[in-house]
Design a protein around this ligand. Structure first.
Ligand SMILES: *Cc1c(COP(=O)(O)O)cnc(C)c1O
Length: 369
């Protein structure tokens, strides 16, 4: 029997092949007589899992050698503190606020940075537009500039990362890529540090991925917990303390799955990008031609991953969700702060799932328009 289509924003759908493999290996990983959760993180079995996951992620995202990949814990929210603890140098940091997540990040940074400066904000448009980088008011000498490259709640995505050098800033760019990591390539020439929780597009909650340029290590405030000091984590190959071993294993299975994916001549993340474009276009095109549903985000910054939409007549929300669930279309309810609906189209969501959603939306519209 086919599983339902799961549109959750996170924790979210995981490729079925990955779940099957994890199930098959649950009691006895590769003849070791142990499940992965039961292994010492310092044993040769787990070290091989860790090393493979690290090198596969490096290959998939084309991470240059001068960047470290760290496997941490605490999720995106903890990184909102850990980044300023490591990078702020107790000086000014710049934020570009484009939705709930960058707003939250800015608030947390105020605890650690000497000054938090808002260089630009999409608040006036209720986060339906991205402020044009040409108009950003970047501070001179900021320790870093923070953006959320995909706003999971408001459905706003940077389709091109800003080139800070061109905008007159020498600061490293920090990106929160939690909810679109591995759905598109990353231009590392523009990024100093990227972080993301795994539970959106990589695997189970509990693993946080941090990719950081070497020159940004070693500047932590003296109050930074040792387990969150990027220099210490990097020097210990993410094993200063016990890493989230199960999350790393599951992420590793997902990376292997990603490497197997093909779309025409493209493979891996490039294939995911082509699929993401096709999936998002299918849903946006349907919404835009309909007078029954609406998405309010400007066309140039619509997220391919998280698509919030509203029924024009919100009194039908409950009926819409109930009908969707009955057809095996799960977790479409929008975030409580914005309401309406949200369809998250992560890598593990096939085009057929989006087609099934569009078919249902069309049918619901016919019945209720
Ligand atoms: C989900 C999410 C977070 C928060 O992650 P937690 O693991 O819950 O801390 C942060 N940023 C973005 C963009 C997210 O989508």
């Amino acid at each position: 029997m086919n599983r339902p289509y799961n549109f959750s924003a996170g924790p979210a759908v995981i490729p079925e092949e990955v779940l099957q493999q994890a199930a098959a290996e649950m009691l006895n990983w590769h003849g070791s007589g142990m499940g992965v959760m039961e292994m010492s993180h310092r044993g040769k079995e787990f070290i091989s899992i860790y090393e493979q996951a690290e090198s596969d992620l490096r290959e998939l995202l084309a991470v240059p050698p001068e960047y470290k990949i760290l496997f941490m814990q605490g999720g995106g929210l903890a990184e909102n503190a850990i980044v300023p603890l490591n990078l702020s140098r107790a000086a000014t940091v710049d934020f570009v606020v484009t939705g709930s997540w960058s707003q939250k990040s800015r608030k947390e940074a105020q605890k650690y940075a000497a000054e938090v400066h808002t260089a630009a904000s999409g608040e006036a448009s209720h986060f339906t537009t991205l402020p044009d980088p040409a108009g950003w008011q970047l501070s001179r000498g900021a320790s870093y500039v923070h953006i959320c490259s995909n706003e999971t709640i408001h459905g706003v995505e940077f389709h091109e990362l800003p080139d800070l050098k061109n905008l007159g800033s020498d600061a490293p760019l920090v990106i929160d890529f939690s909810s679109h990591v591995t759905s598109r390539p990353v231009d590392w020439s523009r990024v100093g540090l990227a972080f993301g929780g795994a539970q959106k597009n990589i695997g189970p909650a509990g693993l946080t991925i941090v990719i950081v340029r070497d020159d940004l290590l070693g500047h932590a405030l003296s109050t930074c917990p040792s387990a969150f000091d990027y220099r210490i984590v990097a020097d210990n190959h993410s094993m200063y303390n016990t890493p989230p071993t199960w999350g790393i294993y599951m992420a590793g299975l997902t990376f292997q799955w990603l490497k197997r994916q093909r779309e025409g001549n493209a493979c891996g993340v490039a294939a995911m990008e082509l699929r993401s474009i096709a999936k998002a276009r299918l849903l946006y095109d349907f919404i835009d031609q309909s007078g029954f549903y609406v998405n309010k985000v400007a066309a140039n910054c619509r997220s391919r991953m998280n698509i919030p939409f509203f029924l024009q007549d919100e009194s039908r929300n409950d009926a819409f969700l109930a009908g969707a669930k009955a057809r095996g279309l799960l977790q479409l309810k929008g975030h409580k702060s914005v309401g309406g609906m949200r369809a998250s189209l992560y890598n593990a969501m096939p085009l057929a799932g989006v087609q099934a959603l569009v078919d249902y939306m069309q049918e619901f519209e016919r019945q209720h328009a």
